[in-house]
Design a protein around this ligand. Structure first.
Ligand SMILES: [Zn+2]
Length: 289
């Protein structure tokens, strides 16, 4: 919380905040915003507390505005003060990426400005924010926006997480994301390996229900399971699983080499197998626990 009294400097006023007010805020890039203290009081818990506990500054001549330096730049402060003053803000144009939104959120939190935070919560539903799922998740978790958190978490499943480039977030929230990823991989693994479930034929390791011929290990099915689980570990959405991959084609075309050539059946009912994998993918956990 660094809002300190600054000395006067050559005046460059923001055009929307250049006329009235008993307070002048000076941003980190030396732009001045003249505004009335009642507006700041109403919009910001921080300034309300500050004004309540302030003593008259002997360095400020009577009738002159109090000058206060803030850490934020003019771009961020413009959004805050326009919201505070009830002025129109073109949020889409003003905040073209999630980093800009984040700066406004940090300032809105710091200055305790609920109206700013409500506007930023809505901004989290824009395509701009949605295009950055991990960053969106980090911000939503920080501010307790649980619906956005849950939505963003699902979108992160399609990402390969670069652990050197994870946005700042509480470890607890990052753990929830990692847990969701591993729960999905574990559920997929259990379904693929279930000896009595959808894939019991593949998991039997023989060419027919009566176990006529034992197949050489690893079978094409076992190789494909590893491929699927590997892809799921990288992208737990399963979106990178490619059924045209050679190991899937091998399953689709596998026959028992020990059965008579004329009657060799395909070992795996490929269309059913593929459909079952897609069904399992659709049923994997999506919730944060
Ligand atoms: Zn056979």
């Amino acid at each position: 919380m660094n809002a300190t009294v600054a000395s006067s400097s050559p005046d460059t006023y923001h055009p929307a905040f250049n006329s009235e007010g008993d307070v002048v805020l000076v941003t980190s890039d030396s732009i001045r915003f003249r505004i009335t203290s009642p507006v700041l009081r109403t919009a910001s818990g921080f300034f309300r507390t500050m004004f309540d506990s302030a003593h008259p500054d002997p360095g400020t001549p009577l009738g002159e505005p109090s000058v206060i330096s803030v850490d934020e730049d003019a771009h961020t402060m413009t959004v805050l003060l326009k919201v505070a003053s009830g002025m129109r803000v073109d949020f889409f144009k003003t905040l073209p990426n999630i980093e800009d939104m984040e700066r406004v959120m940090f300032a809105g939190e710091k200055y305790d400005m609920p109206a700013v935070m409500e506007a930023m919560e809505l901004m989290m539903y824009t395509p701009t924010a949605k295009s950055r799922p991990l960053h969106r998740y980090a911000l939503a978790s920080r501010y307790g926006w649980s619906d956005i958190c849950a939505d963003a978490a699902i979108d992160t499943l399609d990402l390969e997480i670069d652990f050197h480039d994870v946005p700042a977030m509480d470890l607890e929230h990052f753990n929830r994301l990692l847990r969701l990823r591993s729960r999905r991989v574990a559920a997929m693994s259990a379904a693929l390996n279930d000896k009595n479930g959808r894939f019991k034929g593949g998991n039997r390791g023989t060419c027919a229900p009566d176990g006529t011929h034992t197949l050489a290990q690893p079978t094409a099915w076992e190789v494909m399971k590893r491929y699927i689980l590997y892809e799921m570990t990288i992208r737990p959405s399963g979106s990178s699983i490619d059924f045209a991959d050679p190991c899937c084609v091998a399953v689709a075309t596998a026959v028992c080499p020990k059965c008579p050539a004329a009657t060799r059946p395909y070992l795996f009912a490929w269309e059913v197998t593929r459909r079952n994998i897609e069904r399992i993918l659709a049923s994997l956990p999506k919730d944060l626990v």
